[in-house]
Every structure is written in C-alpha cells, then in structure tokens.
Design a binder for this molecule. Structure first.
Ligand code: GAR
Length: 313
C-alpha cells in the first residue's frame, strides 16, 4: 500500500503490544507502518524481536539523564525515522510536558484498565479487589495528565471467578493486542477523513457566538443565525480530493500573501472571490489553534457590530 503513515513505538519491556502493532501492519490494507521501536531499557525483549523483523531500533537507558534530555534524545531518533505518530506500548516512563505538548494529538498510549478507572499501576489487582465484573483496556491520546486524554477505544474483559491478577492480565493482553492495532489504524486515517475533519471544524465554529450550521451546495457551512456565512468546508468538491476550510480574509493582498507563503496549504477558492481563502485540512499537520483563530477572524468580519463587541473583550 502506498503512503503508509510512519509510526514509532516506545517500549520498556516485553513488547507484546509492539509486536501486535507490527504484525497487524503486515496486512496489505494497514494504513500505518512501524519505522522505529525505541526503549529506555536496552534489555527490553521487544527490541530483539523488532530488530529480527527488520525494524529499526534505538535504546537509551534513562538512568542519570534529566527527563527532558532523555525525551529529546528519543525524539531526535523519532524525527530521523520520519515517524509522524508515536505509540506508547508499555513504556513505563513519564514523558516531559514539553515532549507531550509537541506530540499532542499524535501520541497514543494503551492502558490495562477501563479508564477512567485505575490509572497508574496495579490495575488488575485493583479491579479484582473492587469486585468488578470486568477489567479491560483503553487506548487514548496522551496528554499531560497521566493515563488521561481523549479515549480512542476500549475493550471490556470479563473477570472469571477465582481469577488472580496474572490470569486477568493475560486475557486483557489479548484484548489489548486487538484494540491497539485497530485504534492506531483509525487514528492515522482520520486526519484525511472528511467526517473527522468537518467534525473538528464544527467544534471550533459552533463555539463562536450565535453560530449555526447549514449545508450549501453540498458543503458544510457555518454562519451567524439570521446573518452571513463565515466558513465552508470544501470536501472533494470538484473531485480534486482536497479537503479545505474556506474562511473570510481582508482581501486580495492577504490572499496572495498566504498563497505565496505556503502554496501547498492555501489556495484561492473557486467562485468565492478575493475575500476568501481556502486552507487545506488534509495535509496531516493541521494546526487546530490556527484554524480556530482563522474561524474567529472570519466570524468577526461578518458579525453585526453588537455581537462582535462581545468578542473584543
Ligand atoms: C501492557 O499491559 C500495557 O497495557 C501496560 O504494560 C503492559 C506492557 O506489555 N501499560 C501500562 O501499564 C502503562 N501505564 P507489553 O510490553 O507486552 O506490551
């Protein structure tokens, strides 16, 4: 398959989840490929397996290193490998907030519990002690809060009478291996998925005062109630395969300037004239803070004065 999304996996131990991700990527239709397996533990069994499977590996013990320096050393390898996403698979070190912030939305973790229950360690022991009917696992995006962050998927695993923590962990691991590959595939695909991209635009657009969504010429369209439109999402509108956000700008000068600065991202939207710019959303590196700002500016430019005054404070 062409253009698979390159992913780096971080491990600290056995690496069975890494192996599951790697073998899932052998399927012809898998949208990602594992380009690097990195570890803070040179003895991690998963490193040997990855190397034997022809995947690049990197190990650097963290002992004696400042956290941020250790993270930076791993990150340098990740960048050199070309990976665009990082999957934590039993990586038992907390990452520095700066590192986490740099990979926000592009770093995932698997955790052996049904989050938000049982963050941290000894998850199975705690599920058993609580008398839960199910343990399970969760794949989530990594944020600065340990084992929190938006969930991408969960699998519940029944607790059997007489289970001990190891028995439960073994069955949860089977579920982990299935869940992780599926969630990672969905994550790397969604940045070119029109439904996901429109959903992201919707979140920001609808957060603006008196915003409403309609459909115009088959495009999702956002405007001010009883007022003017301030954004359109153009998804493969002319069969060109592009997904773009159209917002209002100050005029031709700004339009030309944006296109000259980043011709891969910006283009002049057909039929909209000089007052609009199209911003590609499907390039895989969309900065959603920038998009939110563009939407707000566009909203400001069409909002009635009284309403716009709300935003000026
Ligand atoms: C897995 O169960 C994973 O969920 C857990 O470590 C194990 C690693 O196994 N991760 C955490 O507890 C993270 N907080 P593996 O090395 O065989 O994939």
């Amino acid at each position: 398959m062409a253009d698979r999304v390159p992913v780096a996996v971080f491990i600290s131990g056995t690496g069975t989840n890494m192996a599951a991700l790697l073998y899932a990527s052998r399927a012809a239709d898998c949208p990602y490929e594992i380009v690097l397996v990195a570890s803070n533990n040179p003895a991690a069994a998963g490193l040997r397996l990855a190397a034997a499977e022809g995947t690049a590996t990197f190990a650097l013990p963290h002992k004696g290193m400042a956290r941020a320096d250790h993270d930076a050393a791993l990150e340098a390898q990740v960048l050199a490998s070309g990976a665009r996403f990082i999957a934590l698979a039993g990586y038992m070190r907390i990452l520095s907030p700066e590192f986490v912030a740099r990979w926000e939305g592009r770093m995932v973790n698997i955790h052996p519990s049904l989050l938000p229950k049982y963050t941290g360690l000894q998850t199975h022991e705690r599920a058993l002690a609580a008398g839960d009917e199910h343990g399970g696992c969760t794949v989530h995006l990594v944020t600065a809060q340990l084992d929190e962050g938006p969930m991408l998927g969960q699998t519940a695993v029944a607790i059997l009478p007489g289970d001990d923590a190891d028995q439960l962990a073994g069955r949860v691991l089977i579920a982990e291996h299935q869940l992780y590959a599926r969630c990672l595939a969905a994550l790397v695909t969604r940045e070119t998925d029109p439904a996901h991209l429109i959903g992201e635009v919707r979140k920001h657009a609808m957060a603006l005062p008196e915003a409403e969504e309609t459909v115009s010429h088959g495009m999702a369209c956002f405007g001010i109630v009883k007022g003017k439109k301030f954004a359109y999402v153009n998804a493969n509108h002319h069969g060109d395969g592009r997904i773009a956000l159209l917002v209002k700008i100050s005029g031709l000068d700004e339009q030309q300037h944006l296109i000259e600065t980043d011709p891969a991202r910006f283009f002049r939207p057909a039929y909209f004239g000089d007052g609009w710019i199209a911003i590609r959303l499907d390039l895989g590196d969309t900065d959603w803070d920038d998009i939110a700002e563009s939407l707000q500016r566009s909203w400001m430019s069409v909002a009635p004065r009284k309403l716009a005054a709300i935003m000026e404070f």
